[in-house]
Design a binder for this molecule. Structure first.
Ligand code: PHB
Length: 397
């Protein structure tokens, strides 16, 4: 035993002096949604993570391996998510926490990860204020302000009266606030607002109220997945398109993995977002091809799968930068200055001040391309956009 200890210490000393990594197994706690009415969103995270690991699993320092500890949060349930994260931190001793479709879950975990000094990378959970609650939180997804504020500014030049329907949880409220600020500052009027339960798939009663109000446009946010398809169908079934009510919102409304199930009623729907599967950037073409090869020729990756892919790239880059030692402070120093010029969505970076994502925002319209529906990018409405909410609401020191 004593000899083994001496040998181990000697190996460590040699490794430290030469910079060669010793065998390390980096544990990554991955929390997603595999059950319940919002499992489709969690499946996108799962697909992005597994594809990344299959194609890049060997791109680590010599002797370093990763171990993914997969957990199901069952949907937006902050108490459940907190219990799972606590177990991953205390019992399993993970060195990274990641995943998280849902803001309520991410918000409940962030302070915990901060106290335990475990770097926590959000693949999706978008609530604007989460980074303010933990120095060990960083985000590679988006905030609702990044897409909905420029959309509001754009809409003010096109429409006078807009009706708002958003999911009744933090990202929905934030989407409404961001859109309304951009739209009202530009002279537009919000003529009605509905907060629909977040797991709603029957949107018919809400769409009837919108139709009766005769607005120029409906601004909506739903949490992608089956909810997006449900709302699109109700928009068509109740004839809002035929009544000339334009459908606009963030890209969650026309998320690429659901788009083909929405049908032609989606044609002309206009959104602002950071990712489209139809984008012709080489990194995106490669991503879409790899996704189709792995999961099926008729499937398209959605923005949540790209959030997962990019988060894994960041984690792998951090492991490489620290030669597998992943000391929390060193990892966060690395993440704070992170840049990836080659994400499928275009260039991305982490804002060193807030640890939030910086990325381009594109104005898109659903069109038919080669016989399938596609979010065609028309214009870059913002280049390397920082979260506007944090610019309006800097953290008090
Ligand atoms: C979130 O909970 O932050 C969230 C979920 C689904 C979305 C967007 C944001 O489509």
């Amino acid at each position: 035993m004593r000899y083994r200890m001496i040998a181990f210490v000697a190996t460590m000393a040699f490794a430290a002096s030469t910079g060669i990594a010793v065998a390390e197994n980096v544990k990554i706690g991955f929390i997603s949604t595999y059950s319940g009415p919002t499992a489709a969103q969690g499946d996108q995270l799962d697909k992005g993570v597994k594809l990344f690991m299959k194609l890049n699993g060997d791109k680590l320092p010599q002797g370093v391996t990763t171990q993914l500890l997969v957990r199901d949060d069952g949907g937006a349930n902050p108490d459940n998510a907190k219990r799972i994260a606590q177990e991953l931190i205390v019992r399993d001793k993970v060195q990274f926490l990641t995943g998280l479709v849902w803001t309520p879950n991410g918000a409940s975990i962030a302070p915990l990860a901060g106290e335990a000094k475990v770097p926590f990378i959000s693949m999706n959970a978008a609530g604007v204020a989460i980074p303010y609650t933990s120095d060990y939180f960083a985000r590679v997804s988006f905030t609702m302000w990044q897409s909905c504020y420029p959309l509001g500014q754009w809409a003010a030049k096109k429409f006078k009266r807009v009706f708002v329907v958003v999911s009744d949880f933090a990202p929905g409220h934030e989407a409404e606030q961001a859109f309304s600020k951009g739209f009202k500052d530009g002279g537009g009027e919000i003529v009605g607002s509905i907060h629909a339960p977040m797991a709603t798939t029957d949107f018919a009663p809400y769409m009837q109220r919108v139709k009766d109000a005769k607005p120029d446009a409906l601004f909506a946010f739903n949490p992608a997945g089956k909810q997006a398809t449900g709302q699109m169908k109700a928009y068509g079934d109740l004839g809002l398109d035929k009544a000339g009510i334009k459908y606009i919102g963030p890209g969650d409304l026309t998320t690429d993995e659901e788009l083909q199930s929405m049908g032609d009623v989606a044609l002309g729907v206009t959104t602002v977002h950071h990712y489209s599967a139809a984008a012709d950037r080489p990194a995106n073409k490669a991503y879409v091809a790899a996704y189709k090869k792995e999961y099926g020729a008729n499937l398209w990756p959605g923005f949540m799968s790209v959030g997962a892919w990019d988060a894994m790239q960041l984690i792998y880059d951090a492991i490489n930068a620290t030669k597998g030692k992943v000391e929390p402070q060193a990892v966060m120093d690395f993440i704070r200055h992170y840049k990836n010029p080659n994400s499928p969505r275009g260039p991305i970076a982490i804002d060193p001040e807030t640890r939030d994502i910086i990325q381009n925002e594109y104005l898109r319209e659903v069109r038919k391309v080669d016989g399938h529906l596609a979010n065609v990018e028309l214009e870059t409405v913002g280049t390397m956009v920082k979260d506007p909410w944090k610019q309006f609401n800097p953290k008090k020191k």
